[in-house]
Write a protein that binds this ligand. Structure first.
Ligand code: RAM
Length: 899
């Protein structure tokens, strides 16, 4: 028998406040048997959990689709909750019971439904240049017993709400960062439990955040506006069915909050003496609480309001410091043992007016002193002024810090580690991936990659989380998205970001360097950065089978390639404009950030690649004319590329590692030139004693190319290389995150530079993709995306005796673990989720007859559909289930070409 479990709506379990009027439903088939697949399903949607009022039903529908199922002719209504359940039929015709009931609830879908007004503290109270944050409050009376209540809210700036003295929800940094002039997200909260019959009060804290605070490095402020404002509506339904609406309007009051300064980069200053006890409760007496003034209604549009797309930022983990020590300079410093992003919550006791300060840093310098120069202008400073008396607990609200070390100033002499907690915050994406292998240093690298993601997925994919930058660099996002999609479910997160990318895209198709675009007026559209417009939606499609993202982004994707086509005189080459090139490549001229690989070469290679992906997207969306046009365009670019950059005898005109890697990765060469390029690449690596010279552009593809073109052993040598430059060099230096520079810290403990030296920069963490795809062997199939079909093709290599990867796909868990012993006994453990099928490649196998599956002969095993003997090993077609293949291999594995 089998069951239906794991119901999701728009990727989320029981979400509240979604914006997709045509939500998509996913479920899993759960069974102990092998070879389970779905032949039909039935979905029911009701207005109540008991299904008394069924609103929509699919009826029995013949289909094997169980992921992102669109509901035909179903249109969800604003603010409504829907209950749903699913049952299915398997390949034997058996019917499952109904799943447990799940629900989703819509947010406010259209801007016209907002009857609330934008309100702010009067400028006389808080002028634009004032640093303190405002409070806004209102008392109200509820006439009856509350059946249920929803709060819909957003802000210009950041907001945090309280109802009757209690915090509303567990989201942080709301309403999130978007291209605010185009999209401002609204959040929905179920506040039924927080309300009382009779007197109630609601209060809001506002913070500058990305809206008004400092952004980027040229002291820019007020990028979106200078006045913080709030808009919310509270809908209360009484037990007798009547409704009441409490909205922001001029009946609210405003005051200055204890937050005296609040900045994303610089931190927060909080004066606890200015707290207004009970200010968000009905008992609070405004007249006697000084400084309240009527809030003012301000003019600001509502047309950009949309329910939140991605998961909110939440508190994820709490770390305790591992040490408190004094540096040679005499600084008192806490060590959290991990470069983390979030903030420190602390307890302190002292007299009123005492000020304590926390400074945050990622590393210590050569002498072991607290080091903040690499933060550039970002102060990362938390100041707290005690109200005095009892022990006080504090944590900031509207800022975050990237740090491992915290310098303490003004604290009492006697301190307990217990009094400090590192609170890790990031977008609450579902964790999906796990990777481990026999080499502990590689496992630490994997850990560092994961922490790079945690630190830089705080609502927007950022380059780094600590210095005066923290921006949505398009190139970095493009480089890392595939790795991120193994580690966590990033579909909602990137769906949100891609909407902003499209909003900030120029009318000519150009793409800003960062999204949301806060570098306006500067240059834009660098190759490999702007290509995020195409690579990111395509990656989401392949990893999740999400066709809608291609539909939504198609115009943006095509606009980007048309932009490139317009540049320069030759429409098939891209040889004009500014480019970051192979950013931070080690073959750069001394003092330069740009690696040696010719910029036109990189630009044209990415142009070809993007056009090839746009062509595929056109095919999937049944746009056959476009498909033909992009096919032709691709052929012309590839031909122009070869004419410009490949000599008549097949040598690449650009003799760098990155050049060979890009030409091979994007399939731009004919067979003869391919052979020369891979030889050249191996030669370059050998000359460098298996060290890379690649920068941001070449590094993500380097190992893929080696493993795919018969040089898998070289890929392992690079992975396992411990001397600089290599992925493991920072690990040997104690790194707990990925560094921006291969030599962020040099052998002698000195820094390569102070200007651009982030110790939490995920770009080089893109090797994670190769670790899952090649070392563990878990691969997607473009023709059946989202792991509907899976390829399991691990390529073992010298230096590892086992490797294991697992991945929570929308269908369930995929797992692949291989191990080999000294005498050549190989095992491969594979788990394939229900309603999918896999193509499994056994590396280094001899004859079929010598392979066992869970102890029996291979052919006889249930779930196995077919076995193909190939020159380089066996290929097995298998249905869902867990399998153990065992055979005798050879000690040094040869490489296996990618399937
Ligand atoms: C740096 C950023 C980012 C990179 C750009 C080109 O400032 O940190 O990682 O994409 O430069």
């Amino acid at each position: 028998m089998f069951e239906i479990t794991g119901l999701r709506c728009e990727y989320q379990e029981n979400p509240i406040g979604i914006g997709a009027a045509r939500p998509r439903i996913s479920w899993r088939l759960q069974s102990g048997e092998r070879g389970v697949s779905q032949t039909a399903y039935e979905i029911e949607i009701a207005g109540d959990a008991e299904f008394a009022s069924v609103i929509w039903k699919s009826g029995r529908t013949d289909s094997d689709q169980s992921v992102l199922v669109e509901l035909e002719a179903f249109l969800a209504e604003s603010c409504k909750r829907y209950y749903y359940r699913v049952r299915a039929w398997n390949q034997k015709g058996e019917q499952s019971p109904w799943s447990e009931t799940a629900f989703w609830e819509m947010g406010v879908l259209s801007p016209e439904e907002w009857s609330a007004e934008w309100i702010a503290a009067p400028l006389a109270l808080l002028p634009v240049e004032a640093e303190p944050s405002p409070l806004l409050r209102k008392s109200f009376t509820l006439a009856g017993t509350v059946k249920e209540a929803r709060l819909y809210a957003t802000a210009l700036g950041l907001y945090e709400l309280e109802l009757n003295g209690r915090r509303v929800g567990d989201s942080y940094f709301t309403p999130g960062w978007t291209s605010y002039n185009h999209t401002l997200q609204t959040q929905t909260y179920d506040v039924t439990e927080l309300l009382e019959a009779g007197g109630n009060a609601i209060g809001a804290w506002l913070g500058s955040g990305w809206y008004k605070g400092n952004l980027a490095w040229s002291n820019q402020r007020c990028l979106y506006g200078g006045q913080l404002a709030l808009m919310l509506q509270l809908r209360v339904v009484y037990t007798d069915g009547t409704e009441e609406l409490i909205v922001t309007d001029d009946s609210w009051s405003a005051a200055v909050s204890p937050i005296q300064l609040s900045e994303i980069y610089h931190g927060e200053t909080y004066d606890a003496r200015l707290e207004r006890k009970g200010w968000s409760t009905a008992a609070y007496d405004e007249e006697n609480g000084e400084g309240w003034q009527p809030a003012v209604v301000i003019e600001h549009g509502k047309e950009m309001l949309r329910p939140q797309i991605n998961e909110p930022v939440r508190k994820q983990e709490r770390l305790k410091p591992i040490a408190l020590f004094t540096t040679p300079k005499g600084e008192r410093v806490l060590d959290f043992g991990q470069n983390m992003v979030g903030w420190v919550q602390f307890e302190v006791q002292g007299s009123a007016g005492t000020e304590v300060t926390l400074l945050h840093a990622e590393v210590l310098d050569q002498e072991g002193n607290f080091y903040t120069e690499n933060l550039r202008a970002a102060k990362q400073c938390i100041r707290y002024v005690l109200k005095g008396g009892e022990r006080e607990t504090y944590e900031p609200r509207f800022t975050f810090q990237g740090f491992r070390y915290v310098q303490l100033l003004g604290f009492p002499e006697k301190l307990e580690l217990e009094d400090f907690t590192g609170v890790v915050l990031h977008s609450d994406m579902e964790e999906t991936g796990h990777f481990a292998c026999s080499e502990p240093l590689v496992n630490q690298l994997q850990h560092n990659i994961k922490w790079g993601l945690k630190g830089n997925f705080l609502d927007v994919p950022t380059d780094c989380p600590q210095r005066d930058e923290r921006l949505g660099w398009t190139g970095d996002a493009q480089m890392f998205i595939q790795t991120a999609a193994y580690l966590t479910n990033v579909a909602p997160f990137f769906t949100k970001w891609l909407r902003d990318l499209e909003s900030d895209q120029g009318a000519d198709g150009s793409i800003p360097f960062v999204v949301p675009d806060v570098l306006k007026g500067q240059e834009h559209s660098s190759a490999a950065w702007g290509d995020a417009a195409v690579i990111c939606p395509w990656t989401l499609y392949v990893c999740y089978g999400d066709k809608r993202i291609l539909e939504q982004q198609y115009d943006s994707m095509t606009a980007w390639v048309s932009y490139i086509r317009q540049q320069g005189e030759n429409e098939f080459l891209w040889n004009t404009g500014f480019h970051f090139g192979d950013w931070l490549g080690l073959d750069a001229k001394s003092g330069d950030y740009v690696g040696a690989t010719d910029r036109d070469f990189i630009a044209t290679a990415f142009y070809a690649y993007s056009v090839s992906l746009v062509r595929k997207a056109a095919a999937i969306l049944n746009k056959s004319e476009d498909e033909a046009e992009y096919q032709q365009l691709y052929d012309q670019i590839a031909a122009a590329f070869r004419e410009e950059f490949v000599t008549a005898s097949g040598r690449l005109a650009v003799p760098t590692q990155t050049a060979q890697v890009l030409a091979l990765m994007f399939g731009l060469l004919d067979e003869a030139a391919e052979k020369r390029a891979i030889l050249k690449l191996s030669e370059l690596l050998k000359q460098n004693d298996f060290h890379l010279t690649t920068g941001f552009v070449g590094t993500p593809y380097l190992n893929h190319v080696l493993s795919a073109y018969g040089q898998n052993e070289a890929a392992y040598k690079l992975l396992l290389q411990q001397t600089y430059p290599s992925w493991l060099y920072p690990v040997t230096k104690g790194a707990t995150t990925i560094w921006e520079h291969w030599d962020g810290i040099k052998e002698d403990g000195s820094f390569w530079s102070k200007d651009m030296n982030s110790f939490n920069h995920y770009a080089y963490g893109a090797i994670g993709d190769w670790m899952y795809r090649t070392a563990a062997g878990i691969q997607t199939v473009e023709e059946a995306p989202g792991y509907k079909r899976i390829v399991i093709a691990p390529q073992p290599g010298e230096g590892l005796t086992w490797a294991e990867g697992s991945m929570e796909t929308l269908y369930g868990t995929v797992r692949s673990k291989w191990s080999k012993t000294d005498n050549g006994a190989f095992t491969l453990d594979v788990t394939i989720p229900s309603n999918t099928a896999a193509h499994i490649r056994l590396p280094d196998t001899a004859a079929e007859s010598e392979v066992t599956e869970s102890g029996a002969a291979l052919r006889e095993a249930a779930g196995i559909i077919a076995v193909h003997a190939k020159a380089d090993g066996l290929a097995i077609e298998a249905g869902s289930g867990s399998y153990r293949f065992a055979w005798q291999g050879i000690l040094t594995s040869s490489s296996v070409a990618l399937v």
